[in-house]
Design a protein around this ligand. Sequence first.
Ligand code: 21W
Length: 213
Amino acid sequence: MKRAASSGLVEFGIINPRDFTTDKHHTTDDRPFGGGPGMVMKAEPIFAAVESVRTADSHVILMTPGGRTFKQSDARRLADEQGHLIFICGHYEGVDERIREALVDEEISIGDYVLTNGVLPATVIIDAVARLRPGVLGGGEPAAEEESFSSGMLEYPQYTRPPEFRGMKVPDILFSGDHGKIAQWRHEQALRRTAERRSDLLPDNGENGENNT
Ligand code: 21W
């Protein structure tokens, strides 16, 4: 990401809602109306912060445990967005609902576990999206997307030198020079591995809507 930013392929910025407060103590959170535990992020500083950077075509994303779970298909969709992506990272118990109502285009979670805030989730998404932008991945690969996830399956087993390591041999087929057979073997391996570990990724599994391809 650092290299991509230095090369001008992507651009990152961070803004702090605290810098958009108007009170003496720079208050960004407050107690929930109706009572209950924890604190809620106030609407005004977040509106002011987002409005200081957004443009007509900005896409505003709220990182929240209650959002839709992030998928590779979302990474592709967000990489195709024309304007800036703006990530709101909540702290505390959540954000004032009016932020969702009037500021946010979509809500995203990265999975079913509890973190302290939305900063790591936003960084995960930024990485997944930025590497899909033209020129970012580099390294000669025509498509970083080509292999593992965009085919909708897990990776096939990969080997490099040496051909034997601590008695463990590289499968003979990979030295056969028969690229058709190698491709077929890799496909079988990927299929078997996917069926064993992640049958939810395979077609005909009903809930395949947010999978890859
Ligand atoms: C954790 C916020 C728990 C809120 C009403 C009253 C962003 C995240 C987060 C956090 C709660 C993501 C509630 C996966 C995550 C994030 C901080 C609970 C309950 N509702 N993806 N109290 N996991 N986490 N609020 O934790 O902001 S994306």
